[in-house]
Design a protein around this ligand. Structure first.
Ligand SMILES: Nc1ncnc2c1ncn2[C@@H]1O[C@H](COP(=O)(O)OP(=O)(O)O)[C@@H](O)[C@H]1O
Ligand SMILES: [Mg+2]
Length: 233
């Protein structure tokens, strides 16, 4: 078994536009080990979300290769028969806004995807309890999102990402809507999760103050991914 959680090889993504083909990611390479927290820092419009969506098997690359664990999921074409199953079992998503459904309580929000994916209700219930206890949110299980703070809602969104025991979590600016203290506590929590749950996390951020908590800092330069492993100065 490889210690790598994700690897991309010569990954390319172009979009068709009215001005012709625009290449956003061009022959990008990088890998992330199991249990690592990586920050992805690059200017707006440089392809961060595009990269995350390809890693999450939501957006089809133009060419190249994506490995998730030991399996190639994309090699010039999708190799997986069931991308929903792969996402369900391996990948958790966290977004900038927490995207909790306002008229469902914490438990219902966290359960929704698993139930939709036909995981047995009793199994979902147990797992939701376990995750909420781990994130110290169990006392909020019946609360509505409107009754919680921004930081608490973002922790509920983290719980939702963790509920399926993913090997990878893709987080697109998870701290952007939070003040500094709350942002730092969310990043510290993400780091704790990588260590304790052996999950690899890629977190898009614009906030330099979050970088000291990360194992790796990735950036997009000349449409390629550049790794700065010596960012702890
Ligand atoms: N579906 C799409 N069709 C055409 N162009 C797109 C599409 N999605 C993203 N782009 C373009 O790709 C570039 C990168 O976008 P994005 O990945 O959202 O950047 P970031 O997340 O770094 O701000 C932008 O120039 C954007 O306009
Ligand atoms: Mg983006």
């Amino acid at each position: 078994m490889s210690k790598k959680a994700i690897e991309i090889i010569d990954l390319v993504k172009s979009f068709k536009s009215s001005e012709g083909l625009i290449t956003v990611i061009n022959k990008a390479n990088f890998s992330l080990n199991k249990g690592e927290l990586a920050a992805l820092v690059a200017p707006s419009g440089s392809g961060k979300t595009t990269l995350l969506m390809m890693l999450g098997c939501v957006l089809e690359p133009t060419s190249g290769k994506i490995m998730i664990g030991d399996s190639a999921v994309y090699d010039e074409k999708w190799l997986i028969k069931d991308s929903r199953k792969l996402r369900r079992e391996q990948i958790g998503f966290i977004f900038q806004a927490h995207y909790l459904i306002p008229f469902l309580n914490v438990e219902e929000n966290i359960s929704l995807l698993s139930l939709q994916n036909r995981v047995k209700p009793q199994v979902v219930k147990e797992r939701v309890k376990e995750v909420l206890e781990y994130l110290e949110l169990y006392d909020k299980i019946k609360y509505m999102p409107s009754q919680l703070s921004g930081g608490q809602n973002q922790r509920v969104a983290i719980a939702r990402a963790l509920v399926s025991k993913p090997s990878i979590i893709l987080a697109d600016e998870p701290t952007a809507a939070l003040d500094k203290e709350r942002a730092i506590s969310v990043v510290q929590l993400l780091k704790k999760i990588t260590r304790e749950q052996n999950v690899s996390i890629i977190m898009v951020t614009h906030d330099e103050r979050m970088l000291p908590f990360c194992d790796k800092v990735l950036t997009i330069h000349d449409k390629m991914i550049v790794v700065d492993e010596n960012h702890h100065r």
